[in-house]
Design a protein around this ligand. Structure first.
Ligand SMILES: NC(=O)c1ccc[n+]([C@@H]2O[C@H](COP(=O)([O-])OP(=O)(O)OC[C@H]3O[C@@H](n4cnc5c(N)ncnc54)[C@H](OP(=O)(O)O)[C@@H]3O)[C@@H](O)[C@H]2O)c1
Length: 221
């Protein structure tokens, strides 16, 4: 499989590139600087230089020839509102359009749990970030590609456990970026899982719970 990762120099994107390459997939991606391109080239990963804010959909589509899937793992991760709008919002819509122009049908977006941190007071910039992410999820979910949206919990840098909780609704907790990348790699190789929004959390051995309010609900009511 040939996979193009937007955000390949990021933590999740970089781990995903490693996982896919180890499986024998051909990975390429978008980077912002020539030094990043050269570094990836030394690891047999082809990267193209460009900024998602500056590229047109046509220009991005021209980088996607022969690709089977596009993964959008780029993000502002708490930048200014303008940067959030460009990278977490408009950039995703642009990448969707580019995928369609290039005839790439599989589009996977790394998003965020929209209900994250509801037990806290979020400032206006944080609310803006979650609103943009949610609107972008809506845009992806309305497109006619074989899209998939993965919403991980809070990302942490530690070794992967190989055990995750994946489903349509997960509590906001935390998950190792390595487990997110491994899950993305598995999902990319499972074409039957398509046109779904899936939430992702660290997996734990849990005995079945009676149906009741969650601890998060109890804290806020
Ligand atoms: N932080 C969390 O707890 C959390 C939780 C759930 C979901 N998420 C989401 O998960 C995703 C991945 O997170 P991460 O920690 O892997 O992110 P990260 O390490 O900050 O990586 C972000 C990536 O986006 C790229 N990027 C930023 N602006 C760009 C632009 N204008 N044009 C092209 N590429 C650009 C970066 O490139 P450079 O290397 O050039 O900067 C980098 O490759 C993000 O969308 C984030 O919102 C985060």
């Amino acid at each position: 499989m040939r996979v193009f990762i937007i955000g390949i120099t990021g933590a999740v994107g970089g781990l995903l590139a490693e996982d896919l390459t180890a499986r024998g997939d051909v990975v390429s991606g978008l980077v912002r600087r020539e030094a990043q391109r050269a570094d990836l080239a030394s690891r047999d990963v082809e990267a193209r230089v460009g900024d998602i804010g500056a590229l047109t959909a046509d220009a991005l589509a021209s980088l996607l020839g022969g690709v089977d899937a596009v993964v959008y793992a780029a993000g502002s991760n708490g930048g200014t509102r303008d940067v959030t709008d460009v990278v977490d919002g408009e950039g995703v819509v642009k990448a969707l359009e580019a995928a369609r122009l290039a005839g790439v049908t599989r589009f996977v977006l790394v998003s965020v749990l929209p209900e994250a941190w509801r037990e806290r007071h979020l400032d206006e910039d944080q609310e803006h970030y979650f609103a943009v992410k949610k609107l972008t999820d809506v845009a992806v979910s309305m497109c006619d590609l074989d899209w998939l949206i993965l919403r991980p919990s809070m990302l942490v840098d530690r070794a992967g456990t190989g055990r995750v909780a994946l489903g349509p609704a997960q509590p906001h907790d935390e998950i190792a970026r390595a487990d997110v990348a491994a899950t993305l790699a598995e999902l990319l190789h499972e074409p039957r899982i398509r046109r779904q929004i899936l939430e992702l959390n660290a997996g734990r051995r849990r005995s079945p719970q009676p149906c009741e309010r969650t601890s998060e609900t109890r804290e806020t009511t």
